[in-house]
Ligand binder design. Structure first.
Ligand code: FAD
Length: 435
């Protein structure tokens, strides 16, 4: 496909940064001490900072780049509980029914926490709970979806229904799928505005956010934690590592436990309202029921298609253009009438997977952490940030169904996922044959 898929004003930049440019303020002076030092200014770090500061703690947030530089200003903005029945079932086998149901319930709690937070802090992030359509990639999947809904509903109060292929066009203007399911209490927000709203809220609460201040070490020394940065050292009562897919060598033990995977997104030029009404009639969030899937949605103002998936190429501007072309091609496969629709923005970022495909929070070697949202972290990072903050303060409310689950690594894994190519090849094969 030729370069004419790109608009004249095409940029390699998150579309979200148009309405929510990244703040470029000077870092300001370094404090000498803090009750809690947080590494990472994404949703996890800021949500934790907000809960801590509102309880009276002196909090400093360190950010290596500009605030929200990581996934929190680059994501698709899809909000939801990310319930996984297979994960809950595995837990039930080893830890009992209560733990499995508890994990599902945490997903639902997370959605309500985010929705309340947006209202409470008056964050204008265009949150719209319009539901999510998950398209069946193969004919046989619809029965499995119906069973999954039934099984989850036996455990928690969750609303979803199956959509037969004959009614698919009520939800998506595409013949690509074999029906699907609609998850009711899911939705979307503007990730950049959500991040800026959180940043304003933490600053209002008295938190010091220090951009351009990479942390180089976090070491527990008896009663205090020594946090070293490129601009000096801070002594803190507690430290929280909230770096998710951007966890670097400064936190080697955490880096060994998360698998960074790059995801990329394109935003199209504006499309006519009638076309949007045809393609995304309910303004749902849209995903595919596959191992390697695309996720897509209308922009919050319903004028553009925002379309994401795995970033296959990297290393040069040409490779990134190739990713943009791949995503455009996949969009056209789903919506053939978008073949002439041009791409105005392309960007990518890192998500963090874990070896058990579950997020984790807790305390390791005297350092708190919350990370590993496996690509579904808008809602869960906000919630985990809040809960880990409560745990740091020793509050019983901070307890979660995730507590105490082993945060695993694998021999010979130090943070560079050398095993990804064969794993992805296996998933591609599994998608092809329907495993
Ligand atoms: C392209 C893409 C699409 C996505 N789409 C969705 C979606 O639609 N829905 C959904 O639920 N989730 C989605 N996600 C996942 C979601 O965005 C993340 O799970 C979530 O933002 C994680 O937030 P976080 O605060 O934990 O980490 P991040 O937002 O990644 O923040 C980590 C921060 O730590 C900083 N940092 C790293 N090292 C240091 C250091 N040494 N010193 C100081 N700072 C440091 C980084 O610069 C970064 O800003 C997507 C992610 C990507 C990349």
């Amino acid at each position: 496909m030729a370069d004419d898929i790109f608009t004249p004003d095409f940029e390699f930049k998150p579309y979200w940064w148009d309405a929510a440019p990244r703040p470029t303020d000077d870092p300001g002076p370094m404090p000498k001490d803090a009750d809690v030092a947080i590494v990472g200014s994404g949703y996890t770090g800021l949500s934790a900072a907000l809960t801590l500061a509102k309880a009276g703690c002196k909090v400093v947030v360190f950010e290596a780049d500009v605030p929200g530089y990581g996934a929190s200003s680059r994501n698709g903005g899809m909000v939801g509980p990310a319930l996984s029945l297979s994960s809950a079932k595995k837990l039930m086998e080893t830890h009992g029914r209560e733990r499995g149901a508890g994990i599902l319930q945490e997903g639902l709690n997370a959605v309500e926490y985010l929705v309340d937070l947006v209202v409470r802090e008056k964050i204008d992030c265009k949150l719209q709970m319009a539901g999510r359509f998950k398209g069946a990639a193969r004919p046989g999947q619809l029965d499995g979806m119906a069973r999954e809904i039934e099984d989850i509903q036996k455990l928690v109060d969750w609303k979803a229904h199956v959509v037969p292929k004959s009614q698919q066009h009520d939800h998506i203007g595409s013949d690509r799928y074999h029906g699907g399911m609609v998850i009711h209490r899911d939705g979307g927000l503007h990730p950049g505005l959500y991040h800026l709203g959180l940043l304003e809220a933490v600053r209002r609460a008295g938190v010091t956010v220090l951009p351009k201040t990479p942390v180089t070490g976090v070491v527990r020394e008896r009663q205090r934690v020594a946090v070293t940065t490129t601009r000096g050292e801070v002594s803190a009562g507690h430290a929280l590592v909230a770096t998710n897919g951007y966890t670097g060598p400064f936190a080697a033990e955490f880096r060994r436990r998360v698998i960074p995977i790059r995801s990329a997104i394109i935003a199209t030029e504006p499309i006519p309202k009638q076309q949007m009404d045809r393609l995304m009639p309910k303004r749902h969030m849209l995903v595919e029921n596959k191992h390697i899937h695309c996720y897509y949605r209308p922009s919050p103002d319903h004028t553009r298609i925002v379309f994401g998936g795995r970033a296959l190429h990297q290393g040069s501007a040409d490779a990134e253009r190739e990713n943009a072309r791949d995503l455009h091609q996949r969009m056209v496969e789903i919506f053939p009438e978008t073949v002439t629709t041009k791409v105005s923005r392309y960007w990518s970022g890192y998500v963090a997977f874990t070896f058990d495909e579950r997020p984790h929070l807790g305390l390791m070697d005297g350092i708190h952490y919350a990370m590993g949202y496996c690509g579904s972290g808008v809602t869960r990072s906000t919630y985990f940030g809040h809960r880990i903050a409560q745990q740091i303060m020793g509050m019983p409310e901070g307890k979660t169904a995730y507590d105490g689950l082993p945060f695993e690594t694998r021999p010979l894994y130090y943070g560079k996922p050398w095993f990804l190519p064969p794993v992805l090849a296996w998933y591609r094969f599994a998608d092809k044959v329907g495993l």
